[in-house]
Design a protein around this ligand. Structure first.
Ligand code: TMO
Length: 409
């Protein structure tokens, strides 16, 4: 039951929390832990593999970033100014406001754990922070209204449109791009390929639609999407691509993982919303569906794509960004904190680890953050220009035995 407490705590005060809890059920949040005790060794190997995969993604991301950087520098003509201006790194003159910096708590594990790490980094710059449960799409308009100050996990697939709208409106600053590269899309466990040949192609999936039917889907396939404050556009995609699917939204991330675990145990076909980096790749083999290639116009221009009458007739970005956005008044109000914010940089491994600490190891999000802060002390104190003495001790991981506790009757 500790895992239920984790989610409940993470969503403390979030609108609709009760409904989501009811929707997923108590067991709903726990499948990975059952799985772990059953398949411990396979799991350890897979976890090692996901760490290697995350590191490989980091390596490729670093490569493209440095290409970008050199391209931008040579094109901009201010190379000399940049390299010859050490004064630019001097601390800003103005002091930070004593107001707390408002940070959102959303509804997926890496973000919930990560926001406590971000909060600790901002505290190390001498600031105070306040955590507020918030809708992950509406948060960008909240930043416009002065109700939120910083979002540290802006995923391109889910929030690119809502984020860029407020950047264009001048309310939100695109403050930094993490090294992490992201993908969010329809996803299935690998065993489904045995019964649905041609996967991961979307047309092959559509040819097998009836395999994904549920008692409520009227004979069509059921795609289980995430909570409604994540990605919009699945319904539009189904219509645009004329797919024989219905879209159902899970109430919580936990409900997605419960559906995945239940289907896996029985080797039943299932197609759900998933993303990377996440903890899932450490526990399950699977693939994203390959839809028509994403382009920005696909979301705004109906005439673009396979269906000239609809938007969203394409997949989500495959090499999506993970950005950090702040309220437009942030740099002036908290200049020292802003200097740290611009240096913050999470990798695929960071995001995957934060998710694994919570969803596999069953850690409380605050403890997961403390573990990350302890393990990455030099990096983040560098961002904050803080002394390493501020780093927390790694929380002592409770040694959970998989053995039953014997009690007398
Ligand atoms: C925003 N998310 C990682 C849940 O797709």
């Amino acid at each position: 039951m500790a895992c239920v407490t984790t989610l409940r705590d993470g969503l403390r005060g979030a609108p609709g929390t009760e409904a989501r809890q009811a929707d997923s059920g108590g067991v709903g949040n726990c499948p990975p832990r059952t799985d772990r005790t059953d398949r411990g060794e396979v799991f350890m190997l897979k976890r090692f593999m996901v760490i290697l995969a995350a590191m490989a993604m980091v390596a490729s991301a670093c490569g493209s970033d440095s290409d970008d950087a050199s391209g931008a520098a040579s094109g901009s003509g201010d190379v000399a100014a940049t390299t010859a201006a050490p004064a630019a790194t001097a601390a800003p003159a103005a002091a930070d406001s004593s107001d707390a910096i408002k940070l959102p708590i959303h509804n997926w594990s890496s973000q919930i754990a990560g926001v406590y790490a971000v909060g600790a980094i901002l505290e190390a710059t001498g600031n105070s922070v306040e955590y507020i449960s918030a809708d992950s799409t509406l948060v960008y308009t909240s930043m416009c209204e002065g109700d939120m100050d910083l979002v540290h996990e802006v995923w391109e697939g889910a929030f690119g449109v809502a984020f860029m709208e407020q950047v264009d409106a001048g309310c939100v600053i695109d403050a930094a791009t993490h090294d992490a590269k992201t993908r969010e899309d329809w996803w299935y466990p690998s065993y489904v390929e045995d019964v649905c040949p041609g996967l991961p192609d979307w047309e092959a999936l559509n040819d097998c639609a009836s395999l994904f039917a549920t008692p409520d889907s009227g004979g069509k396939g059921r795609f289980l999407g995430g909570p409604v404050d994540w990605l919009k556009g699945d319904q539009e995609r189904v219509e645009g691509l004329e797919m024989d699917f219905i879209v159902e939204n899970a109430g919580t991330a936990g409900a997605l993982w419960a559906a995945l675990e239940a289907a896996s145990v029985n080797q039943e076909p299932v197609v759900i919303f998933n993303w990377t980096p996440n903890f899932v790749e450490a526990m399950y083999d699977g693939k994203f569906i390959e839809f028509p290639e994403f382009a920005d116009e696909c979301r705004t221009d109906a005439s673009w794509g396979l269906n000239p009458e609809t938007t969203h007739d394409c997949g989500n970005p495959k090499n999506g960004y993970l950005k950090l956005g702040v309220w437009s008044g942030f740099p002036d109000k908290w200049p020292t904190a802003y200097a740290a914010v611009q240096k913050m940089n999470f990798t695929n491994l960071d995001i995957a680890q934060l998710a694994m600490y919570v969803d596999i190891d069953g850690m409380e999000p605050e403890d997961a953050a403390a573990l990350w802060l302890a393990d990455n002390c030099a990096r983040w104190t560098g961002w904050a220009s803080a002394d390493q003495s501020v780093c927390p001790e790694a929380p002592t991981a409770a040694a959970h035995s998989s053995d039953a506790i014997k009690l007398p009757i």
